[in-house]
Ligand binder design. Structure first.
Ligand SMILES: [Zn+2]
Length: 137
């Protein structure tokens, strides 16, 4: 439905990604020093994509499948390991990386949370990004 006012539509796709990571450079006297060692999280990931019309411009299931595939390819499980390892990648780093990877598909916001509790949001300037042209793969 369109009105006389400009409407910008976006879709939101969520997924989870089970992996390990660590904070390699944590100061020795930090109270959360245990983060220096690899530990498991269920990363809750949410991407918002600008769409150009309101009738499945981007199909939810297709994009979620693409996001899941991208995560598996970015962080493949090594032989003998139970979970993929993100190394010392933080939520902030992963959110920025996903935003860059999906920029051409219209991604304007990427959220990454550890165990759906604490996390990070990376975003483009909504005023400029939402009015730009998109490239569809
Ligand atoms: Zn962690």
């Amino acid at each position: 439905m369109r009105t006389e006012h400009a409407i910008t539509s976006a879709i939101v796709v969520k997924t989870t990604f089970e992996a390990t990571h660590c904070w390699k450079n944590i100061p020795d006297n930090h109270p959360s020093y245990f983060l220096k060692f690899p530990h498991r999280h269920l990363f809750a990931i949410e991407l918002m994509l600008k769409v150009s019309h309101d009738d499945r411009d981007v199909e939810f299931f297709d994009f979620k499948s693409k996001l899941d595939k991208t995560l598996r390819e970015m962080f493949p499980k090594k032989v003998g390991e139970l979970l993929p390892d993100l190394g010392s990648m933080s939520c902030e780093m992963l959110a920025e990386r996903l935003l860059a990877v999906f920029e051409k598909q219209g991604c304007v916001i990427a959220k990454v949370f550890e165990d759906d509790e604490n996390g990070s949001i990376a975003m483009f300037d909504m005023n400029t990004k939402l009015t730009g042209d998109l490239q569809v793969d």
